[in-house]
Design a protein. Structure first.
Lengths: 328, 412, 288
């Protein structure tokens, strides 16, 4: 039921929005949301805030760029049905590797080790010309053409992103309930007890990071099709912070939070410049972010869920709905 | 949450209907208004606005709307800014961006918007127009290599520098500047034994300072903004006394006006640039007066960015005037007018385009001198007319030498 | 060999500057577990204010003091007005301080513009001198940096280890709840510590503006370097911050001199390596 309420307007969007709103706002928000989801998944189920998700997305994006058509003359052209699985394979492997490196880090230390990995990767892409084409990066990347339609076509890319987002949300829910997912949550809650039971902590942590690499990689592939380019800037500190902002203002506790955060972020990023003096829009962005962090400690998703719950409670004052279910 | 979605949809539908149907011609200007390049980017905006103001803000009864948008020096942000200006603000003409990689990004983007005309701001990457050029992307200015023409020869012959070390930022624009310098300097007989590529935004150059070989005659410094200030200060503090040769953004009014003790090191330094703050040509004096009057809080003279954004916007205004403000038919007439445009630039030369729609420019070799009040200015020691993008060489040979990189060109 | 020694000296002097910049960050984290992402912005604010004061009065010392004071006031306001309300929620504080740094950076850009500032040095620190053994000129200010770092390091150590205020801070690091239960006004102590840490950042900003230069973007650079220094060394340990600063400063200078292409990657590579082996940093205590 609830999914239906959500799905219908989302499927209808391409028919009511112009290309700008569909691509620059809706599709961009979905893509950012997917990458942010990989972050909130780790935060919720493993209790680790990772700053390396943009790196994972970037690895997938760079793979597509390197093995796909581009105008910079770097790389080997492979058919997309090879390059897409390769991109996901690399991002999953990189995720597993990061998980292994950070397996013993918790809390602020996990943030910092993943931040260091992200920044090191950023500088590496900037300095390396053989594979990453340095500062300039790749341009002129075109999305594959399937059955005569370019996947970059506004509504096609939108639906593709929507489908990827939906699959990612479902996968996260399934993963969380699978035995491995339960082990991961046990690691979050009581790592020492898990070890005492003889279950190695490393495996669940590595698995969680690898899985987040899959989701981030999906976002990264879509992003490189959407931008039609990728460069060191795409994996820099700016995007790293952006994804963190999206995940946290949306709310880490529910998969949909990432997407809510993304839509708010994209609207703000796009239109702050119109709302205020064109030179001072960053102040506005910062202020809104600050207010959201202050008034919605658990993110906008929780805020919205609470508001809906309150409304429902008013409607059912007869007392039937004593149990108010929030989206957790 | 559902409510939010509905609200967003309503907002979205509103926006579809909202765009103004006025006859106004809209020019979008993209420049960097945040971070380290902010003050330079603001000067670019001033230049573009000045060209519109100069024409009274009107072409054939249609008012010209200037809409600015900020990028953050990243190609992604430039593309997003351009898409917003085109799709949401419905601009007809785009002027910008400021930096090289952004330029290449917008060149690529222009191929997806054949109905919009893109006019480069101050970005000076070589490949923006040289390789893979785009039908609707115009650059009324040169690239980083053109901006260095004249300096190599001057350094070798007039200054007598037989070998030079290079200190430059590690990305495409300085690579291009180094090419412009070296292609002349090396063929004149000069040698470049060592090049130091430093990360952009580097703070502490001290280890580079001490690595510069003792036996070079001068240092070619292609750093911009804070990087140049840091390098020069630290070189000065370490007692360095090799003469400096400047890149185009190393010695610009924005650098000369920066506050710091390193200034003395610059006096007498030659540099290559298309923009000379103290140029005594009549056109430049008039242009500076116009600039100072419009922007009392700007720099004391237009920077290279104001100058180039001005030329881009000016070309748009002149071509618009020629087609009586008509942008019908996919802007074909407007573009034809742009292609054939010839106009006198603020530096007194005649701006026109080559077959890749890249400017054929006049370039200056300048030197830094101290004014009577102690402030620094630049004065022209040599003018090179009609510099094209292949630097006067055979186009095929020039293209065959390949794209610039850390190691291309080389003459140790 | 001569170059190696000079580069080592450069690394040491840069390390001194990094230590000065990171000490306040370390202090704040040590007591409050707050990762203050606005640290770089406070540093830049101090640098700008210091520049204005030096231009106005001609006194470099006054510039340092006012730079520190401005950052302290701003820091106290941030802690009292915003971060204090979410004490204990690290992630939210991190995010709120990111928001604050975005706003501060933009407002500073508005007021001071995008140009590069260098604070003019007093005569005794300006210029350079011939180093006796190496036979090259060396900037006085860079040599002075090491002295500043030692002075600040010793003062911090004294404050924390030998004063009553320090004893309260140390008690707070070990057991906040107990301190609160004993009736210490922990909110006000937090504000004082935050102001002190910010003052250190502000003074470091003026010193950075004297030794190098400041411009928009300097805030992020020093935030990143402070993060690396403090994390590698071990959060909350002054000795750890000194060790971290040494590692980072030396790595950066050796990288620049001997492997310029990948030099910057090394700095962060070292951080990853150390944290992978010792998640709590070199001198940090385990979180358990």
């Amino acid at each position: 039921m609830k999914a239906g309420f959500l799905a219908l307007p989302l499927i209808a969007l391409p028919f009511v929005l112009n290309d700008f709103w569909l691509t620059q706002i809706a599709t961009r928000a979905l893509i950012l949301g997917i990458t942010a989801l990989s972050l909130s998944f780790l935060a919720t189920y493993l209790g680790v805030v990772s700053f390396a998700q943009i790196t994972l997305a970037g690895i997938a994006g760079y793979t597509i760029a390197y093995f796909g058509p581009n105008t910079v003359g770097v790389g080997i052209k492979l058919p997309f049905w090879v390059s897409i699985p390769a991109a996901l394979l690399f991002s999953v492997t990189a995720g597993a590797l990061i998980g292994y490196i950070a397996r013993r880090s918790r809390g602020i230390y996990a943030i910092m080790i993943t931040l260091a990995i992200g920044v090191a990767f950023f500088y590496f892409t900037r300095q390396n010309y053989a594979v990453f084409n340095g500062w300039t990066g790749f341009s002129g990347i075109t999305a594959p053409v399937v059955a005569g339609t370019s996947l970059r076509d506004p509504s096609t890319l939108y639906f593709l992103s929507l489908a990827t987002a939906a699959i990612a949300v479902v996968l996260v829910s399934l993963f969380a309930r699978a035995p491995l997912g339960l082990a991961i949550q046990a690691v979050r809650d009581a790592p020492s007890r898990v070890m005492a039971l003889g279950i190695p902590v490393t495996t669940p942590v590595v698995a969680a990071f690898a899985f987040s690499g899959l989701i981030a990689g999906g976002g990264g592939i879509l992003n490189v099709w959407y931008q039609e380019r990728i460069s060191s800037f795409s994996v820099g500190l700016g995007p790293i912070i952006d994804v963190l902002i999206i995940a946290v203002i949306g709310g880490l506790r529910h998969p949909l939070g990432a997407f809510l955060g993304a839509i708010v972020f994209v609207l703000l990023d796009t239109f702050a410049v119109d709302l205020i003096d064109r030179d001072r829009f960053n102040t506005l962005i910062g202020m809104v972010l600050l207010i959201i962090v202050m008034v919605a400690p658990n993110g906008l998703q929780q805020l919205a869920a609470d508001a809906v719950a309150k409304l429902r409670a008013k409607e059912h004052q007869s007392g039937k709905s004593a149990r108010i279910k929030t989206n957790t | 949450m559902k409510r939010l979605k509905i609200a967003a949809t309503a907002l979205a539908i509103g926006a579809v209907v909202a765009p103004a149907q006025a006859e106004d011609i809209k020019i979008g200007v993209i420049s960097i208004l945040e971070g380290a390049f902010a003050s330079l980017g603001q000067d670019g905006i001033r230049g573009a606005e000045l060209a519109v103001k100069e024409a009274g803000g009107v072409v054939d009864g249609q008012s010209i709307d200037v809409i600015t948008m900020s990028s953050d020096a990243s190609p992604d942000s430039a593309v997003n800014a351009a898409r917003k200006l085109i799709e949401q603000d419905n601009v007809d003409i785009l002027v910008g961006p400021l930096s090289g990689s952004e330029g290449i990004a917008l060149r690529d983007l222009s191929k997806s918007y054949p109905d919009i005309t893109f006019i480069n701001g101050s970005s000076a990457a070589q490949d923006t127009t040289l390789r893979d050029s785009s039908e609707n992307f115009f650059r009324f200015g040169g690239d980083g290599a053109q901006w260095m023409v004249g300096v190599g020869q001057y350094a070798y012959e007039e200054m007598g520098y037989k070998s030079v070390a290079v200190v430059a930022e590690d990305y495409s624009f300085p690579y291009t500047q180094v090419l412009g310098f070296m292609s002349e300097y090396c063929s004149a007989g000069g040698r470049v034994p060592e090049k130091f590529w430093t990360p952009i935004g580097n703070k502490d150059y001290s280890s580079v300072v001490y690595s510069i070989p003792d036996d070079v005659d001068a240092i070619f410094v292609a750093l911009g903004g804070a990087d140049a200030v840091n390098f020069l200060t630290q070189y000065d503090q370490a007692g360095g006394d090799k003469p400096i040769i400047g890149g185009s953004i190393t010695i610009d009014s924005s650098i000369l006006e920066s506050k710091g003790p390193f200034k003395n090191l610059l006096i007498g330094a030659p540099a290559g640039t298309p923009t000379v703050s103290d140029y005594e040509g009549d056109e430049w004096i008039a242009f500076t007066a116009l600039y100072n009057e419009a922007y009392p809080d700007g720099f004391s003279a237009p920077s290279i960015f104001a100058h180039h954004y001005y030329m881009g916007a000016k070309a748009a205004m002149l071509a618009l005037d020629e087609v009586d403000g008509s942008l019908d038919d996919g802007q074909q007439a407007f573009r034809a007018a742009l292609t054939d445009l010839e106009f006198v630039t603020p530096t007194g030369g005649t701006m026109r385009l080559d077959e890749n729609r890249n400017g054929i420019i006049d370039n200056f070799v300048t030197e830094v001198y101290e004014r009577e009040d102690g402030s620094l200015g630049t004065r022209v020691v040599k003018v090179v007319r009609d510099v094209n993008q292949v630097l006067g060489q055979d186009p095929e040979i020039f293209l065959a030498s390949g794209p610039v990189s850390r190691d291309n060109p080389s003459c140790p | 060999m001569r170059l190696f020694l000079i580069v080592t000296l450069n690394g040491l002097t840069l390390a001194a500057l990094y230590f000065l910049a990171a000490s306040g960050f370390s202090l704040i984290f040590g007591l409050m577990r707050t990762v203050n992402m606005a640290h770089g912005a406070l540093l830049l604010l101090g640098g700008y204010v210091g520049y204005d004061v030096v231009e106005l009065t001609g006194s470099w010392m006054l510039g340092i003091a006012c730079g520190g004071l401005a950052a302290a006031l701003a820091g106290a306001a941030v802690q009292a007005g915003i971060l204090g309300w979410m004490q204990g929620d690290e992630l939210r504080q991190t995010l709120a301080s990111i928001a604050i740094s975005i706003v501060l950076a933009d407002l500073m850009l508005w007021y001071w513009g995008g140009i590069t500032y260098q604070v003019s040095l007093p005569d005794i620190l300006s210029g350079g001198q011939k180093l006796p053994l190496l036979g090259v000129g060396y900037a006085n200010i860079r040599l002075a940096l090491m002295a500043f770092a030692v002075v600040v390091g010793v003062m911090l150590w004294f404050l924390i280890q030998r004063t009553r205020f320090g004893a309260v801070i140390r008690a707070g690091v070990d057991d906040q709840d107990m301190l609160r239960a004993l009736g210490f006004p922990i909110g006000r102590i937090f504000i004082a510590v935050f102001a002190l840490g910010s003052a250190l950042a502000g003074m470091a900003g003026v010193i950075a503006a004297s030794a190098l230069s400041i411009s928009p973007g300097t805030d992020l650079q020093f935030l990143l370097s402070s993060l690396v220094v403090v994390i590698v060394g071990g959060m909350g340990s002054i000795g750890g911050a000194a060790l971290g600063a040494l590692l980072v400063g030396l790595a950066e200078q050796y990288g620049l001199a001997y492997a310029p292409t990948y030099g910057v990657v090394f700095t962060f590579g070292i951080m990853v390596l150390i944290l992978a082996v010792r998640p709590q940093g070199l001198m940090g205590r385990s979180e358990q």
